[in-house]
Design a protein around this ligand. Structure first.
Ligand SMILES: C[S@@+](CC[C@H](N)C(=O)[O-])C[C@H]1O[C@@H](n2cnc3c(N)ncnc32)[C@H](O)[C@@H]1O
Length: 225
């Protein structure tokens, strides 16, 4: 499902495909094709929605994406994730719940950041991004100075980026990288602001795993000035 030459973009290091898709998975992809964004029709598909837009990057099996869309039918949710198996899981749930306010980009978000109109996104959610804990792999982390600058362009003024992680090194990394951009303000008044999941986010598979293994997540909300 890759749409552009990989030479043009930063290399993606995560998994794209896991187990072979089941028959029901293949069927869901076919039936749910209307939910999937195409690179060459991207702006057309996107501009047809005159709604508040929330972008979730790395939605995994879609728990937060699906619940958010159900609770806020007036908002359009764009979900990006290159891992086909979980994307299929998510599409199955979209079909089962007859959800009409989700669009899926089944690939690396960095391939389409340039396609969004400036200031078109109200919120960005990044829940439990891959930590790439080894020092030699830190360039593989999604949150980098360049990435934050690109997110900045597409966010509306006062728009927010919410990041959750249970990974110790990534917690400091996230703060360091966002604070390197003076145009973002970390919304924090008390420790509760980073200890508690924001009210507009739902429990995900990776948060549940972290809690079961006694790793406390931290939550960071950055506002574009
Ligand atoms: C650790 S999982 C977390 C999944 C989910 N958010 C959760 O909390 O359960 C990280 C997810 O980010 C996705 N991901 C990694 N790099 C990405 C990229 N460049 N663009 C979009 N998604 C990405 C992975 O495929 C994976 O599904």
């Amino acid at each position: 499902m890759s749409v552009l030459s990989s030479k043009e973009f930063p290399r993606f290091y995560g998994r794209r495909i896991g187990r072979k898709l089941s028959k029901s998975g293949i069927l869901a992809l076919k039936e749910g094709s209307r939910y999937i964004l195409q690179y060459d029709k991207f702006s057309e598909a996107f501009l047809n929605f005159n709604k508040k837009i929330v972008l979730e990057i790395g939605f995994g099996d879609g728990k937060n994406l699906i619940n958010s869309a159900k609770h806020n039918p007036e908002t359009l949710y764009l979900g990006a994730d290159p891992f086909l198996n979980t994307t299929v899981k998510c599409i199955k749930q979209i079909l089962e719940n007859n959800i009409n306010n989700i669009k899926i980009w089944p690939d690396d978000i960095r391939k389409i950041l340039d396609l969004f109109p400036l200031k078109s996104i109200s919120e960005v959610k990044l829940l439990f991004p891959d930590p790439w804990p080894k020092l030699k792999h830190q360039n593989r982390r999604l949150i980098q100075i360049n990435f934050i600058n690109n997110i900045y362009k597409i966010l509306e003024t006062n728009g927010t980026v919410t990041v959750g992680t249970d990974h110790k090194i990534l917690k400091s990394w996230i703060l360091e990288k966002f604070q390197a951009n003076n145009e973002f303000e970390w919304l924090v008044e008390t420790s509760k602001d980073w200890q508690n999941r924001p009210k507009d986010c739902f429990l995900t598979k990776y948060e549940e795993k972290a809690l079961n293994e006694k790793r406390m997540p931290s939550w960071f909300v950055f506002k574009k000035k």
